[in-house]
Design a protein around this ligand. Sequence first.
Ligand code: PXP
Length: 250
Amino acid sequence: MKPLPLRLGVNIDHVATIRNARGGRHPDPIRAAKMAAAAGADGITAHLREDRRHISDADIDRLMAEIDLPLNLEMAATDEMLGIALRHKPHAACIVPERREERTTEGGLDAAGQYDHLAPMIRQLSAAGIRVSLFIEPSKQQLDAAKALGAPVVELHTGRYCEVDGAARQGELERIREAAAYAAEIGLECHAGHGLSFETVGPIAAIPTIVELNIGHFLIGEAIFGGLDGAIRRMRALMDDARGAKALSA
Ligand code: PXP
């Protein structure tokens, strides 16, 4: 099939991580969001964690006020975060699992096991005009649960695909491909993200039913060596190349 256009959401959390290491205002994640817009990002993603270890409430206020690109707010499924999302009404909310002791979002949301908890939240977010996505493992069971919950979008967790090598990575890629095809079959918009780098992005970008990638940590790290603008432009080019190559062979 002909691939759909592929959007890039730039996650700016780790600009805030560096700022918070010293306190104060530098480096400013909103300045990074503006640079991302100029470098070709289609959206900005930020995760307001319960412990506020990187993005702060004031950052969300400023992102809503100062950035023209759509904001994808990553949030845990808690009443506090639901209230914040309903107050700000970002373009999108991505519900993620969250544990205080983890360094980053480890594993996907158990959409299947938390049906009763998630259903009213998804209803309220959707009623407020917020596009809800669920960050899940690439599994049929989780996709069926997302569909049953009425979420219009899923984001497939690419963390494991990025962590492993060789045959194991191929196996993970196949799992993501199958899940992305199944998502389209049951009428879910499919996104992907976590851990993506220049090395790992191509095969994911080539999957024709994935329409958005959310990428953060690698881009912010790479910015140390070559600047944020260049890192985002190169990622965008790698995504476009992978998509174009796939289109030609389709
Ligand atoms: N998508 C989701 C749902 C995430 O939670 C994260 C990490 O905050 C990302 C994408 C981006 O992952 P990374 O920072 O590893 O690129």
